[in-house]
Design a protein around this ligand. Structure first.
Ligand code: HEM
Length: 65
């Protein structure tokens, strides 16, 4: 993930960009808490991507020739 998506994350989670759509803002969180949460989400997303890539390979491997 690059800098624009860090800024998008902060806009939503810290600044309340999506409050009107039902996503609360967490203004009380500090820089390091926000960074920790973002890195946790990134690591979970990485795991999901890896699992999905693996599942795709299994499907391809078991498909008829
Ligand atoms: C630390 C906790 C949370 C984090 C880090 C977080 C993060 C995010 C992020 C990054 C998005 C944007 C997703 C996107 O654009 O694809 C989002 C959307 C959303 N979040 Fe959260 N969220 C948190 C807690 C909550 C809670 C407690 C609620 C509800 C009580 C909530 C409700 C929503 C909703 C409804 C949206 C979709 C808004 C839309 O329609 O665009 N979130 N959240």
């Amino acid at each position: 993930m690059d800098r624009p998506s860090r800024e998008a994350f902060l806009a939503v989670v810290r600044d309340g960009r999506l409050v009107a759509r039902g996503m609360p803002s967490f203004e009380e969180l500090g820089e390091s808490e926000l960074a920790d949460i973002r890195q946790y989400l990134r690591s979970e997303a990485r795991k999901l991507r890896a699992a999905q890539a693996g599942a795709g390979e299994v499907r391809r491997a078991s498909a008829p020739p």
